[in-house]
Structures are given as C-alpha cells and as structure tokens.
Ligand binder design. Sequence first.
Ligand SMILES: Cc1cc2nc3c(=O)[nH]c(=O)nc-3n(C[C@H](O)[C@H](O)[C@H](O)COP(=O)(O)O)c2cc1C
Ligand code: SF4
Ligand code: SF4
Length: 435
Amino acid sequence: MANLASEFVGIKSPNPFWLASAPPTDKEYNVRRAFEAGWGGVVWKTLGQEGPPIVNVNGPRYGAVWGADRRLLGLNNIELITDRPLEVNLREIKAVKRDYPDRAVVVSLMVPCEEEAWKAILPVVEETGADGIELNFGCPHGMAERGMGSAVGQVPEYIEMVTRWCKQNTRMPVIVKLTPNVTNIVYPAEAAKRGGADAVSLINTINSITSVDLDAMSPEPMIDGKGTHGGYCGPAVKPIALNMVAEIARNPKTAGLPISGIGGVTTWRDAAEFMALGAGNVQVCTAAMTYGFRIVQEMIAGLSAWMDEKGYTSVDEVVGRAVPNVTDWQFLNLNYITKAEIDQEACIKCGRCFAACEDTSHQAIVMKEGRVFEVDDSECVACNLCVNVCPVEGCITMRRLDAGEVDLRTGEKVPAEPGDWTTHPNNPQTACAAE
Ligand SMILES: Cc1cc2nc3c(=O)[nH]c(=O)nc-3n(C[C@H](O)[C@H](O)[C@H](O)COP(=O)(O)O)c2cc1C
Ligand code: SF4
Ligand code: SF4
C-alpha cells in the first residue's frame, strides 16, 4: 500500500490531509475528534493578541451557492478569527499536541503589524509545543479593515517585514498564508520567500457577495437589514486556487518553496491535483464543514488506491509532477487537431450539444431524422463545448487526427511536427524575426 506519510517543512504527519484554520479547528473538542477520524494535522483557528476577545456577529454568518441538486458549491462567511480567550486556546493546543504527538499541530496567528505584538505572541505559542505557525495574511473581512489579514497580504513589503520578524523571533517553521484577493499571486509569494518563510499556504477566502435579498434589498447573509462582503470558499474556488498554486510552483523566483494547497478540496482527486501542481500537502475546511470529519477516510482510501494503481510509493513522488506541463498559451501545440465524436449508443437525444454548437459555437452538429446528432468535421473547430454541456459523461469525446490526415475544416494535412504561436506565420512577431 502506498505510504501517505508526509513531511512538510519538517513537520511530520501520517497523511497529507490537514484541516485548515477555521471553525473545524477552533477548539480542543473538535481537533481531538478530527484526529480520531484520521486527519493528519490541523492549523488551529487563527489566534489574535492578548486582550478582550474578538466579537462576532450574532446573526447569520454564512452565505452559499448551491448546484441544482442543492449540493453546496460555494460558501461565504463573515466570521472573524477565534473569539475565545487566548489562554484557553493555548492551554488546549498544548493538551492536544501532548496527546497526539504524531499529528501536525500548526497555529494560525494574526496580530497587529507591529514587531512588539509578534514578539509577544510567538513565545507563548512556542511554549505549547506546536509544530509551526501559519501567518494569516488572508482573511478579507472584518480584520482587514483593522489593518490585519488581507490588508497585510496585499502589500508585499508588509508580508516580507512580518515574516522576517517571525523568523527572527521563533524557532518554529513559518508558513505564510496568502490572500487570493490580489492581481498577481507571485508577488506576495516572492515577498514571503524574501522574508524567510519556510512555506506558503493558499488560498484564503475570496472577496464575495453570494446573493441579495430582493425584498430587503440587502446582501446576504443579512444582519438587521444590512450585509457586507465575505470570504468565498468551497468547491467553487478550487480552479482559482489550483492556478495560483501552479503560478507559484513554476515561477523561477519561488520554485522549490513548499506550498500547502487550500481551496475546495473535497475528494482525494482534488488533493492529488493540488499535489501534482506543486502542493506538498493540502488543507481542507468547507468539505469538513459540509460532510463532517470522517470525509478524510475517503480521501485517505482514495489517494492510497490511486497511488497504488499508478505505482507511486510515496506522496513526494506525486508533488509537482504536473508543473513542467503548465505553460503559457503561446507554447501550446497548434498542430494538435481534434474533432468531436458522438457515441450514438450512449446518446439520449436531448439535443443540448446541438443547441450549444448551433447557437454559440460553429454550427458543426447536424440534427438528422429521428433526432440523430452527428458532427460535421468540416465545421468542427474542436472547442469541446458540446462535451461540456452533454449530460451523458463520455458520450462525446474528442478524437485526435493522425499526422498526415486531412483536416476537413481547413483542407490541410495535419503536420507531423508540433508548431506553436511563437513560430506561426500569422504571428507578426515571427514575421518581423524572419525579416
Ligand atoms: C467560517 C470560516 C472561517 C474561517 N476562518 C479562518 C481563520 O480564522 N483563519 C484562516 O487563516 N482562514 C480561515 N478560513 C479560511 C479557510 O482556512 C480556508 O483557507 C478557505 O476556507 C478555503 O478552503 P476550503 O475551500 O477548503 O474551505 C475560514 C473559512 C471559513 C469558511
Ligand atoms: S467541439 Fe465545438 S465546434 Fe465541434 S461539434 Fe462540439 S461544440 Fe461544435
Ligand atoms: S448532448 Fe449528448 S446526449 Fe444530448 S444529444 Fe448531444 S450527444 Fe446526445
């Protein structure tokens, strides 16, 4: 059986599945139950500085987006960092780490952007025996307005400065958690690296308004007739998170910087995708909040079975495997030519592919008598819209044309050699270079 044991910035855990800093990790009761269910590690719900505890709203704090089957696709929240006293959290962290020495216990922190505030909290966290800290430069609501969270994560100089303070004042590994609410994720990641971060983790939540109550004319969740933007997470954000992880993994200035992948991880496959794009482990929040702690058992079993099937013996063999295949558009092979093909036996004659192609693509699907749908290769541009709208999985596939075969749309033979935009005759820059 594949070995799922993971070592991330020197922190060992029996598997690469950690719970992200959020309600699932807000207290000892939860974390103990999470570890009993099989989670490899946790990032404790973000602690703030000593003083009067944080105050949360007393009305609804979540908004949601559902699929047609009411499955939760996206979750939005306006919750702040932990609202429990610092000393209670510290006592509980110590007790949990003592009882689960083989699990990763990382503590998320958010204090004001002043060196003294960081110097004050680091030793008390270190004293708990925690394995590391995660700097919360990501929460986009409530705390950001107070100059913390994403307000720090959006300014690379601040990221670098605070990371350096932490590295200078603790022996614990420092993971910097990034906000996706930026134009280019590589700049904050580079800043974290310059500051000496051992790793980055991403993504935190995305600024969002999930819905509007059209009677009250207020964003939801609504608190006494008013709403505010929240942080979006869950399966809907996975594509954004995957791209950001890949951008950091392939950026020469941050290549090799360990990444903890977060954002919509719900199944073992999601985790494997994050790891293939460079994440050393993954963190999970919404899936645990939706399905409970035992979902990790499916993740462990699935990842292990897949790794066995593929012949991977350790998690490290998966990490970063897909990174060399992430490229820029200009390097894609324009001589890779495919055509849609419909499996008539599987087709249920719904006509969705026809409507999509006829109205919004290239009029390449013909409806014949008896609602038989066929692809006209002389019109098909291989966009694969029909594949994506067809309700029967695998019913429409894309067939690659062989080298030398004639593409009926262009009348030209498929070249044997690859060719991309950088050398294409229609590229004005290629023409200039030739002159
Ligand atoms: C209710 C809620 C509270 C959260 N609180 C924190 C927090 O205190 N600190 C933090 O770093 N991230 C916090 N997050 C963000 C998660 O740790 C995670 O980055 C995000 O939800 C994306 O992962 P997911 O798609 O698996 O939920 C919170 C998320 C939710 C839903
Ligand atoms: S791949 Fe695109 S162009 Fe070809 S049949 Fe499907 S929708 Fe039409
Ligand atoms: S969308 Fe799929 S099932 Fe529906 S008609 Fe087209 S090929 Fe058949």
